[in-house]
Write a protein that binds this ligand. Structure first.
Ligand code: GLV
Ligand code: MN
Ligand code: MN
Length: 411
């Protein structure tokens, strides 16, 4: 049976890891539309071309490489190249360089396919600007208004970050692909959680993907002298945040499910001085669940809790919804293809949901879509210790290879 050469996948993963590695710091810093991200994209464009793919970067910064002649609908194999700050080397990258290895094998073995294949390294999947920019552009889920107001939590505008990479944001809308130009979508990714390891299975066949909402929250009180302001007369923004953080467990117990997640991932206190009562706090709140209804209930409950807490601490509460990405289910057809390849290759597998967001949740709206997971050691991801073992990488790529051939059809 044909199989990938995992040494080449390993080499490519380490090559991409050079973009955004920092001296004396662990983890990868390759956030969307930063210099490191853009250098990686330029490199990949050349690498696709070297491999005989017809390659270009579209108006949304997606790196696209097509294999196989003709304009007939393509099987799209995508994942992303951007990382979270201090991220791991596998998240997203595996799906891109794994797909390239599959095309190498298909070429070397001279396998003739009915449909073209297209690898897409999507841009800004990790939500620096709130959404899943590249996948949203490709699937027609962007508006000019949204792009123009999108900012990262530090206040940098998406349109400026794109301009720094030589991209005109107006062109992003032109990246949309007509649904009829795609035959199917498939993505290989690390699980980023502990399930496969805990059940000792090698392959995850993803059945659905959690939705994500992201808020920027502001609590505004009054900065004051930390020595003279009496405790009961303060408007301390941090105390409001602390009370809300304490409410998260209750909100999930009352309105959530075992799949619900609420995370405060970034906090900025102002003025941020040890001897001053913090008058203001900005923080991010990310909520997730596999049900949109539950996501709405969580969001309502967070809003109510924040309003009540703000009142009790004499604070003002404001929030901006940076994004609302709906959950989605994978196509039974593509799931069946993945499951059949895992069986054929005699790899153990598990049908499972994804707690993390993925490009596939947008593609699922426009074409039959599926995802393959491989185990993450210790379930760790979005962190420097993110790791997957090479034999699992090899098996995941083999399932991808056989699934791609099956979806494209042998000529
Ligand atoms: C994507 O990686 C996410 O944070 O869900
Ligand atoms: Mn990812
Ligand atoms: Mn990620």
């Amino acid at each position: 049976m044909i199989a990938v050469d995992v040494k080449r996948v390993e080499r490519d993963i380490y090559r991409v890891a050079e973009f955004g590695s920092r001296e004396n710091e662990r983890g990868i810093y390759r956030q969307g539309f930063t210099e490191a991200d853009w250098q990686a994209r330029q490199w990949l464009l050349g690498y696709f071309t070297e491999h005989g793919l017809k390659a270009h970067i579209d108006g949304a910064g997606n790196v696209c490489g097509r294999f196989g002649a003709g304009d007939t609908p393509a099987v799209v194999i995508a994942s992303h190249l951007d990382s979270v700050p201090a991220g791991g080397i596998f998240d997203g990258v595996l799906g891109v360089v794994g797909a390239l290895e599959c095309i190498r094998i298909i070429r070397e073995q001279n396998i003739k396919l009915e449909s073209p294949l297209e690898i897409i390294a999507t841009s800004e999947e990790e939500g620096r600007f709130g959404g899943m920019f590249g996948a949203q552009a490709l699937t027609g889920n962007l508006t000019l208004d949204w792009i123009e107001q999108a900012r990262d939590p530090k206040g940098e505008y998406l349109k400026d970050a794109m301009a720094n990479c030589g991209l005109d944001y107006h062109e992003a809308l032109r990246a949309m692909r007509p649904p009829a130009s795609m035959k199917a979508f498939i993505e290989l990714h690390i699980e980023q959680g502990p399930v496969l390891e805990s059940v000792a299975k090698t392959i995850g066949v993803v059945e659905g993907i959690s939705g994500v909402f992201k808020w920027l929250v502001k609590l505004i009180g009054k900065a004051d002298h930390a020595g003279t302001a009496p405790m009961d007369l303060r408007s301390d923004a941090f105390m409001g945040l602390a009370d809300f953080a304490h409410e998260i467990k209750r909100i999930i117990a009352e309105d959530g499910t075992d799949k619900s997640r609420l995370t405060i991932g970034r906090v900025e206190l102002r003025p941020g001085y040890a001897h001053t009562v913090p008058g203001e706090v900005d923080f991010t709140l990310v909520g997730r669940d596999v049900s949109e209804e539950v996501m709405r209930a969580l969001a309502d409950s967070c809003r109510k809790a924040l309003s009540a807490i703000a009142r009790s601490h004499r604070l003002m509460f404001e929030y901006t919804e940076m994004s609302w990405l709906s959950p989605n289910v994978m196509s039974p057809e593509v799931m069946n293809v993945i499951e059949a390849q895992a069986k054929k290759l005699d790899y153990s597998y598990q049908i499972m949901p994804s707690g993390a967001g993925h490009d596939a949740q947008f593609f699922a709206e426009v074409t039959p879509s599926g995802m393959i997971f491989i185990p993450s050691v210790g379930g760790v991801s979005h962190a420097p210790d993110e790791w997957s073992n090479w034999p699992d990488v090899e098996k995941g790529c083999n399932v991808l290879l056989h699934s791609m051939i099956e979806l494209a059809g042998r000529a």
